[in-house]
Design a protein around this ligand. Structure first.
Ligand SMILES: C[S@@+](CC[C@H](N)C(=O)[O-])C[C@H]1O[C@@H](n2cnc3c(N)ncnc32)[C@H](O)[C@@H]1O
Length: 216
């Protein structure tokens, strides 16, 4: 192979490796780059949290769980909004656990917020725990949906609901999100999986991404 082609191939490989590295920093942020991806999430996702929080129609004494809380801004927003609510969260990034714990310290001290460091896929689900469970920009990182949806359904109270935000598959394709990190689920696939998992009513609408509500 000519020297120029070899160099081109090497450059392409390096770019691919860098892209995968960046993508992994959104799946499970860590280290210096994790701080960087965390700042992007804070800047980019506040308005999505505002929308999903409005959709959840939070009531006094609601008990909520966020899967993949990242820097913890959504949990903080809910705690500000609802005095009597209890908000739990689980995230498997140690960096995000530390950041979100610092950011929510006063409500953690009051016992209103409880953050867990762990993998949602390994959670031993407790029945009828939560009124509302939600996640933003997380489901792409689940290689299959049956298990997390089963855990979520178990943990919801009767008439509880699961709220999801996800980007459209075409946005991920356009952004060249690597397949090795991002599962590019279409809205139809997610809705189908929610129905197969036994969620009774599944509704969704589009606003810069898909907002889904699935009732137990
Ligand atoms: C792209 S970030 C989104 C963070 C936040 N929800 C937001 O929208 O700003 C994905 C988050 O989900 C967490 N995460 C991904 N898979 C997880 C799993 N199986 N269990 C727990 N946390 C997970 C990651 O550590 C990361 O903090």
């Amino acid at each position: 192979m000519p020297q120029a082609s070899r160099l081109q191939l090497q450059a392409q490989k390096t770019i691919e490796m860098f892209k995968n590295f960046i993508a992994r920093q959104f799946k499970k942020p860590s280290g210096w780059f994790g701080n960087f991806s965390s700042r992007i999430m804070i800047r980019g996702n506040r308005n999505k949290y505002e929308t999903i929080i409005k959709d959840m129609d939070i009531q006094p004494n609601d008990k909520l769980l966020e899967i993949g809380y990242g820097p913890g801004i959504g949990i903080h927003m809910i705690a500000d909004l609802c005095e009597s609510c209890t908000i739990h969260g689980i995230d498997f990034s140690k960096l995000m656990y530390k950041k979100a714990s610092n950011y929510n310290k006063s409500n953690i001290d009051k016992g209103k917020v409880q953050l867990q460091y762990g993998d949602y896929l390994n959670l031993s689900a407790t029945e009828n725990q939560y009124d509302k469970i939600f996640c933003l920009n997380v489901i792409y990182f689940w290689d299959e949906l049956n298990k997390p949806l089963e855990i979520t359904k178990t943990q919801l109270k009767i008439n509880g609901a699961f709220y999801i935000f996800m980007f459209d598959v075409n946005v991920l394709i356009k952004k060249k999100a690597p397949d090795s990190v991002f599962n590019k689920y279409s809205i139809d696939q997610v809705v189908g999986s929610l129905k197969s998992a036994g969620f009774s009513e599944v509704e969704h609408y589009f606003k810069h991404g898909h907002y889904i509500k699935a009732k137990k």
